[in-house]
Design a protein around this ligand. Structure first.
Ligand SMILES: [Zn+2]
Length: 338
């Protein structure tokens, strides 16, 4: 197998909140009405990739159960081993030496997929191609995919998975059947999240902050900044009161990484902005008193501008901007705001 054919760790079951969509997909398959290309969209962190992979396994499985692939047949074993000849998972490549992941899915990867689609299935059943995140196909890669997307060959399913489905070229979208996955019901999301984070209060807090997306909520719990929110807010207070210098704060927070600090600040400032625009509750509700105190001292307009500035700086991260300098600029601006 060449480097372009990245396989993911295998999952055979969809999440509990996906059973409705699962039934729809397996029903289409039972009636031989599956389209040849599906664009699976919906918010980030709701388990789209898991659904796509579980459905791929189901289609390839030699004796599937109604709710999943069997996990034990030759096809399932090949998938688990990452060597199924009739399955391709395209995602941006990771350099094995530097461990850096490419920003895009490249045209060479798609060319290999086109070759794969032109052959017949080695195990005699379906062939499945998963592309994820599909919005990371670069322009050439997207163009190289068009013809295969239109005529992928017999018993072949292409699944494009993306949390930014609308940003895909219209030429791609129009060739796929679009399936937009909804957010799970809050009770389903909490039933999954609570045992993993340990207590219902934290689960609710995280789910609210993640906009109802359970996997995003779990990732938030593990993010570098989440446990540091209170310290970050205290420094923001200190800067406003003239007790903490912007440069000292920047040096202190640089250790966490500029990206994490900007993400944390964005989330906290968004809460402040919502509050000063009249919202009754904050999303970081465990820290409500500090957040309320802070946003009394800054105008809603300034908060929104500051938030926009943060978003812009997040976009430029990864360039040549030095972390401490960037954070110094951010904290200085925070101190100056009217
Ligand atoms: Zn199986």
């Amino acid at each position: 197998m060449s480097d372009h054919r990245v396989q993911s760790p295998y999952t055979f079951h969809p999440y509990a909140w996906q059973l409705g969509i699962w039934e729809r997909l397996t029903g289409l398959s039972a009636d031989s009405r599956l389209p040849h290309a599906i664009l699976m969209g919906g918010a980030a962190g709701i388990g789209k990739q898991r659904l796509a992979h579980a459905f791929a396994a189901y289609l390839l499985c030699q004796s599937p159960n109604p709710t999943s692939a069997c996990g034990a047949c030759k096809s399932c074993n090949l998938l688990s081993a990452g060597s199924h000849p009739d399955f391709i998972f395209l995602t941006p490549e990771t350099d094995p030496k530097t461990e850096k992941t490419a920003k895009f899915i490249k045209v060479d990867q798609v060319r290999e997929l086109v070759e794969f689609a032109a052959k017949s299935a080695q195990l005699g059943g379906y062939r499945v191609i998963c592309i994820e995140p599909a919005h990371l196909l670069n322009v050439q890669a997207a163009n190289a995919l068009l013809k295969t997307l239109e005529e992928p060959g017999r018993q072949t399913l292409i699944m494009l998975v993306s949390s930014q489905a609308l940003s895909l070229p219209a030429t791609i979208r129009s060739r796929c059947q679009q399936l937009i996955l909804p957010l799970p019901e809050e009770s389903d999301a909490l039933a999954w999240l609570t045992p993993q984070v340990g207590d219902p209060t934290s689960a609710r807090l995280l789910l609210g902050l993640a906009g109802g997306a359970p996997l995003a909520a779990l990732a938030l719990r593990d993010s570098l900044w989440f446990a540091e929110r209170e310290r970050l807010l205290k420094d923001l207070s200190g800067i406003r009161e003239g007790k903490v210098g912007a440069l000292a704060a920047a040096q202190r927070w640089h250790g966490l990484g500029a990206e994490a600090v900007l993400s944390g600040l964005s989330s906290l400032v968004e809460d402040m902005a919502r509050l000063s625009l009249g919202a009754k509750v904050v999303k970081h509700h465990d820290l409500a008193p500090i957040i309320q105190g802070l946003c009394r001292r800054v105008s809603a307009k300034s908060l929104l501008e500051f938030r926009r500035g943060l978003a812009e700086k997040q976009r430029f991260l990864g360039g040549n901007i030095q972390g401490p300098l960037l954070l110094d600029a951010v904290f200085s601006e925070w101190g100056r705001m009217a």
